[in-house]
Design a protein around this ligand. Structure first.
Ligand SMILES: [Zn+2]
Length: 297
């Protein structure tokens, strides 16, 4: 399968097409920078940082097709996208579904390279983004479940490093900006490999520092202040460097690294997508060793 050419070709031709729709907005976290500042100031409990907030309806008012910004996740036009992030990024957040640049890129990849909307798939979504979850729930051929340790809107509360699913349960795992929060990411990747069917895919995104040849981490740094200073985020446990794909591969995946820079400049501007790296991690279609076939309950 030629994943990269598909992504570039299909996203290039996905110019204005869907009709304008005035639907409901979804719950999603608002400005992360404000929340993180509030956390560091002691005004917000850690468990509240990622909780959902209903956005003002006015901010989500659409605009006629062909004008403003288009979100491929919720398939709507907006007058503008909203700023987001600790290092505030302009035109980042879809006011209708909360999709950020990385979520729009992830969805485009799922739709164009993997064809998720037209295939019969069993999907495990880790720390589900509301817009992508809604699109997948709308796909009749997709059997969908989601997990999160803290978000009560996920189907199940579960640790990614200890999944309560049988081996070979899923065709597709989505894990976007989660592993940088998990100290033992090798355990989580091992669990992904266990619960995927041979030939299945884990689509993984992490924040990457492309100037860093090797991933930086220090398990001794545990405070939010210390992590903010060392890793640039109070909840991150590492800075992922250019070797992160190799790290994923050590869990048994065949890793294809896809970059948003392979899209045309027009597509990146159209969808407001910044520099992103996506790992398409395919579990080789082979018979797993017997000890890996023992499912957990
Ligand atoms: Zn959207």
């Amino acid at each position: 399968m030629h994943l990269r050419p598909n992504l570039v070709r299909l996203s290039d031709r996905a110019s204005p097409r869907p009709p304008f729709r005035q639907g409901k907005t979804l719950d999603f976290p608002l400005d992360l920078g404000d929340r993180m500042s509030s956390l560091l100031a002691g005004d917000t409990a850690p468990q509240d940082v990622y909780s959902g907030t209903r956005m003002s309806r006015r901010a989500a008012l659409g605009t006629p097709p062909g004008h403003g910004r288009y979100c491929p996740v919720c398939r709507r036009w907006y007058r503008l996208f909203l700023p987001f992030g600790i290092q505030r990024r302009h035109q980042a957040l879809c006011p209708g579904c909360g999709a950020l640049e990385r979520h729009r890129y992830l969805w485009l990849y799922l739709e164009t390279a993997l064809g998720v909307t037209s295939r019969s798939l069993s999907v495990l979504h880790i720390a589900p983004e509301v817009g992508i979850r809604q699109r997948l729930l709308n796909c009749r051929s997709v059997r969908y479940t989601s997990i999160d340790l803290h978000d009560p809107s996920a189907a199940m509360a579960m640790d990614a490093g200890n999944l309560a699913f049988d081996a070979g349960s899923f065709d597709l795992i989505l894990c976007c900006h989660v592993l940088e929060h998990i100290q033992d990411d090798h355990a989580a990747l091992g669990e992904f490999a266990r619960v995927l069917r041979p030939g299945g895919h884990a689509i993984i995104l992490v924040p990457m520092d492309e100037n860093l040849p090797q991933t930086f981490e220090d398990p001794a740094i545990v405070s939010t202040d210390g992590r903010m200073k060392a890793f640039g985020h109070p909840y991150h446990v590492r800075i992922c460097g250019r070797d992160y794909g190799d790290r994923i591969a050590r869990s048994g995946f065949h890793v294809t690294t896809v970059s948003s820079r392979e899209m045309s400049a027009h597509s990146r501007r159209f969808y407001r997508i910044n520099r992103l790296t996506l790992f398409d991690c395919r579990l080789p279609a082979r018979q797993l060793p017997a000890h890996q076939l023992t499912g957990r309950q």
